[in-house]
Design a protein around this ligand. Structure first.
Ligand code: GTP
Ligand code: MG
Length: 217
């Protein structure tokens, strides 16, 4: 059955290129707490952004086939730094701290938000942001400021639904359609979604293909 039009489609060649890319070694480069600590922009950077606990670090681990490369947690607010990972010798995968974490102190929220915003706003090497959205919840009010910032800064971004294993197939379709419709109103958003589960591996091959497709552009 062909994927509905709100979903990104990839050819067997594109999938193969993704698999080859992600067979390369991936290693942690550094964790960054302020703009001054950012590595020099030598490589294409692809970042994983989204609300706290949406599954950014888990998805990154699943993509590279490692259980604990990026630290994950049941407790929202686990990732507090911008973590850079080197994949092969061409690309940095960037795990961002989550936003919208209600229980953090005002001071912490302010510092993380400043860090995320300064990264998203002014990073020439940033090729695309994968905006992770929990498939159970869809887009929320806390996503809006980040969407607006990326629209204003012309940062290309693509929606990725996470934790699809928590939903039935029909439910996934309706969330995917609703999110795709909303993102279609945003100028910097890529129109097609990728639906994933770090738990079952759903959509990982497609996400790898999307990453590989951004190299050498
Ligand atoms: P912060 O760093 O706090 O912003 O969170 P994060 O977005 O990096 O989320 P993280 O990967 O730490 O995962 C948060 C929780 O969701 C953990 O308990 C994970 O086990 C769970 N989780 C992540 N991905 C999936 C998934 O695909 N399916 C299910 N069922 N649970 C998942
Ligand atoms: Mg994390």
């Amino acid at each position: 059955m062909p994927a509905p039009s709100s979903r990104a489609e990839f050819s067997p060649d594109e999938i193969e290129r993704g698999e080859i890319l992600f067979r390369r070694p991936c290693k942690f480069l550094k964790g960054v707490v302020d703009a001054a600590g950012l590595p020099s922009p030598r490589r294409l950077e692809l970042a994983f952004a989204g609300r706290s606990n949406v599954g950014k670090s888990s998805l990154l681990n699943a993509l590279v086939g490692r259980k604990a490369l990026a630290r994950t947690s049941n407790t929202p607010g686990r990732t507090r730094e911008i973590n850079f990972f080197e994949l092969g010798d061409e690309v940095y995968l960037v795990d961002l701290p989550g936003y919208g974490y209600a229980r953090a102190s005002k001071k912490e929220v302010g510092a993380w938000n400043r860090l995320i915003r300064s990264y998203l706003k002014g990073r020439a090497a940033l090729g695309r942001v994968f905006l992770l959205i929990d498939a159970r919840h869809g887009l929320k009010a806390t996503d809006k400021p980040i969407l607006e910032l990326m629209d204003l800064s012309a940062v290309s971004y693509q929606g990725v639904l996470t934790k699809a294993d928590k939903l039935k197939a029909g439910e996934i379709e309706s969330v995917a359609d609703a999110v795709a419709r909303e993102l279609a109103t945003h100028p910097a958003a890529h129109p097609e979604l990728i639906v994933t589960s770090a738990r079952t591996g759903l959509g990982l091959a497609e996400l790898r293909a999307a990453v590989a497709g951004l190299l050498g552009q």
